[in-house]
Design a protein around this ligand. Structure first.
Ligand code: HEC
Length: 210
């Protein structure tokens, strides 16, 4: 399958990434690893970025006011169930490495990674942390923090077009991502994952239990 639907807003999110600073520089894998990291190497970069990512998502609290539960999710998601064994790069979400967490409402159902008859309860929230390893020019081999992508399952019938999923996100500087959720997010999820309830799931090797 070829996906070329990365929405303009996702691209905008990429450009809005904050620069990495000295601390993140310590997290860089060697340049030769940029294109082809093992799970262990990806995990090592994540371990190094972890505290900084969390701090970043929780900055700019004011900007998150009035944006639903963004501030609460940014604060709490690390206490949710981990739904991936290591951060994996599926080639989506702008070639980012992604680490997935699911709140207690939907964790059991999500962790079945079902490809049909998915029955995710309303109130489920899924958070996906991200980082990127540059592949070109000066940024080659450098780790860069990425957004926290969020999906929340609304009450049945609230948004049939998106299978009742609400898509939001927080930038590495803590500000809410701005995008058209249908064009930037739901379109790809619906076109590719409608049979599995709109869920993409981590790549197989990264699934818990595999
Ligand atoms: C080009 C296709 C594409 C677009 C556009 C896209 N996603 Fe995804 N999304 C995926 C894929 C593939 C996965 C599974 C990959 C993984 O988890 O490693 C995924 C997984 C997720 C997950 C984890 C839950 C799940 O489905 O397993 C969240 C949360 C998420 N995306 C949010 C968003 C948000 C928010 C946007 C818009 C800013 C967005 N996505 C745009 C393809 C896309």
């Amino acid at each position: 399958m070829k996906f070329n639907l990365i929405g303009a807003a996702v691209a905008a999110g990429v450009m809005a990434l904050v620069s990495t600073g000295a601390h993140a520089a310590d997290c860089n894998p060697s340049k030769t690893l940029a294109d082809d990291m093992t799970p262990e190497q990806a995990q090592a970069v994540y371990d190094c970025l972890k505290d900084g990512l969390y701090k970043g998502y929780n900055k700019n609290a004011k900007a998150k006011e009035g944006k639903g539960n963004l501030a609460t999710y940014a604060r709490d998601f690390r206490d949710w169930t981990v739904a991936a064994k290591f951060p994996a790069a599926p080639g989506f979400h702008g070639s980012r490495f992604l680490m997935t967490y699911v709140n207690s409402v939907g964790a059991d159902e999500y962790l079945k990674y079902k490809d049909e008859n998915v029955n995710i309860p309303a109130g489920t929230v899924i958070a996906k942390e991200s980082f990127k390893i540059g592949t070109k020019g000066k940024g080659k081999g450098k780790a860069r923090k990425g957004p926290l992508f969020l999906m929340e399952k609304l009450a049945a019938g609230t948004s049939p077009k998106t299978m009742d999923w609400q898509y939001t996100g927080v930038l590495p500087n803590g500000k809410p991502m701005k995008f058209n959720p249908v064009k930037a997010c739901s379109k790809c999820h619906m076109e590719n994952f409608a049979e599995q309830g709109g869920l993409g799931y981590p790549i197989e090797e990264a699934r818990i239990g595999n």
